[in-house]
Every structure is written in C-alpha cells, then in structure tokens.
Design a binder for this molecule. Structure first.
Ligand SMILES: NC(=O)c1ccc[n+]([C@@H]2O[C@H](COP(=O)([O-])OP(=O)(O)OC[C@H]3O[C@@H](n4cnc5c(N)ncnc54)[C@H](OP(=O)(O)O)[C@@H]3O)[C@@H](O)[C@H]2O)c1
Length: 266
C-alpha cells in the first residue's frame, strides 16, 4: 500500500514544521505535490517556509499556529482538522528535558508529556475516523530510540517517547486492512534545533558524522517508510544499535550505563 496521491482538496498535516525534521517533512512532501497544513508556535518561521514552498511547488500551504502542549489550543486545532480531508498526518513536534527529575520544572515536565504523548493521541483521534471512512490515509509518528529504553536524567522524555513508539506500533497493527497506515520513525541523534531547545546544545555534532544523521535523511526515510507501509523506520546505524541495545539489554546492565552517560549532559 502506498501513500495517498496528492489532490487539491486533501492536506498533509505536519506538526513541528518550523524546524528540524518537521521542516524537512514539509519540504519533501511539498516536492511530491502535497498541499500542507503546517503547525508550530513560531508563526514567522511557518510563514517563511510556506511562502517558499507555495512559490516552488504551486501547492496550497495553510498555517495553523498552535501551542500543542496547551489542551484548549489543541482542542480547537483538532476540531479544525476533523472538518478537513486530511490524507497524511505527521505527528512530529516534540522536545526533551535533561537532568534529575527532582531538579526539573514540574510545569515543563507536564508540557513535555502533553506535547510528546497526549497531543499525538488527540491529533490522531481527530483525523482517524475520516481516514477510515475514506479507506485512505497515512499517519507518521515521530518517536525516538529513547522510547525503547528507560533513561535516567531524561526520564519524562524517554517515557513520553515509549508512549509514542508503542502507540504507533500498535496502531500499525490495528489498521491493517483498513486502507489507513501508521508508521513509527524512531530516530537517534539527528542534527536539528532539538539539543539547543533542550539546553544541551554543546553536544550538537559530538562524535561527528558517524553518530549524527541529518533531518533530510530522517524525513526521506520516513516518507519512504509511509509509502511502503513500514511499521518502524530507524534511520542510521547508531539508531539501529540503540534500538537493539535498548530493547534487549537487561535493565540491570542498561540503567547504570545510561545514568552515567545522561547525567553528564547537563
Ligand atoms: N533531533 C534528535 O536528535 C531527535 C532524536 C529522536 C527523536 N527526535 C524527535 O523528533 C521530533 C522533531 O524534533 P527535531 O529534532 O526536529 O527538533 P527541533 O528542530 O527542535 O523541532 C521541534 C519542533 O517542535 C515544535 N514544538 C515544540 N514545542 C511545541 C509546542 N508546544 N507546540 C507546537 N509545536 C512545538 C517546534 O516549533 P515551535 O518552537 O515553533 O513551536 C519545532 O518545530 C521530536 O518529536 C523529537 O522528540 C529528535
């Protein structure tokens, strides 16, 4: 089963389109002729991207600026999306916090869970019934290799991504035979605004090209994964090694190692 073909009426929704992987998903879906709805908080970034993509690809690009961690704002967006013909939903927006939970800001931790987990569920539920009714649609969920492993000093993030990973894989199975697909992309270290937003910008690029993949690659493999109805896409060797390590290393060995590594990031 391949991606629904682009039409003038249908839209591909991308959350977190103002930067990184989301921006690349927008660029690559636009190049394939999809009209878009871009979601994020930084309206100036969304406007600049929309202007560029409209001009380059003669597509429609609508903007839905929204703080997805805010339940009321999210409810309005979900209502808006439920009225439209959404052919592709890319649940991409997310952020991480690093440090011992006891030292982190409680409101920020809650926001992280709202954005990385609850918003993914809300947006998916908003578009899924119509996709199933039309027997056509594709959902991408940007999880993380962190979602395969409980991570000390990154506890809320890893737990929120465990939700995203499990939710996506389960949905992939549930949707078989409906004409609708769900693909999980679980990236490892990817060069974007992510580390800077998490306050650990100093690690950006550490270890070189062997460790980090580009947002362009993550987006390309994600779209290819959706096109081939893949259950999971894991871009790059490091991410693949992290996936195997996170899933199969006994916790008694894994947790002290991760604690060492992640405690040093802040
Ligand atoms: N980079 C990595 O190493 C890596 C690894 C594994 C997984 N991931 C996942 O990849 C996804 C994309 O991250 P990225 O690496 O591309 O990071 P990024 O460059 O920091 O992009 C994050 C995007 O999320 C949006 N966002 C953040 N808070 C938001 C909110 N409250 N409401 C709406 N949008 C919000 C940001 O837009 P505004 O600030 O304009 O709202 C931005 O567009 C995330 O889910 C992340 O967890 C990243």
């Amino acid at each position: 089963m391949s991606l629904p073909a682009p039409t003038p009426q249908t839209r591909a929704v991308i959350t977190g389109a103002s930067s990184g992987i989301g921006e690349e998903l927008a660029r690559q879906l636009a190049a394939r002729g999809y009209s878009l709805i871009l979601v994020a908080r930084r309206i100036d970034k969304l406007e600049a991207l929309a202007a560029e993509l409209r001009q380059k690809h003669q597509i429609t690009v609508d903007l839905s600026p929204c703080d997805l961690a805010n339940r009321d704002a999210r409810r309005l967006l979900c209502h808006e999306l439920a009225q439209q013909e959404i052919s592709i939903l890319c649940n991409n927006a997310g952020f991480a916090t690093y440090g011992l939970l006891q030292n982190l800001d409680a409101d920020r931790e809650r926001e992280q869970l709202e954005l990385n987990a609850v918003a993914v569920q809300d947006l998916t539920l908003a578009v899924l019934p119509h996709m199933i009714q039309r027997k056509s649609g594709a959902i991408l969920i940007v999880g993380s290799t962190s979602g395969h492993q409980p991570t000390p000093a990154n506890a809320t993030y890893a737990a929120s991504k465990a939700f995203a990973n499990f939710f996506a894989e389960a949905l992939h199975s549930e949707l078989q035979g409906t004409g609708v697909t769900c693909t999980l992309v679980a990236p490892g270290p990817t060069r974007t605004g992510f580390a800077e937003a998490a306050g650990i910008g100093k690690i950006d690029g550490a270890g070189g090209g062997m460790v980090w993949v580009t947002a362009e690659r993550v987006a390309r493999q994600s779209i290819c994964g959706m096109d081939n109805n893949r259950r999971i896409v894991t871009p790059g060797l490091v991410a693949q090694a992290q996936m195997i390590g996170g899933r199969y290393t006994p916790r008694v060995i894994l947790l002290p190692i991760l604690k060492q590594v992640f405690s040093r990031l802040t």
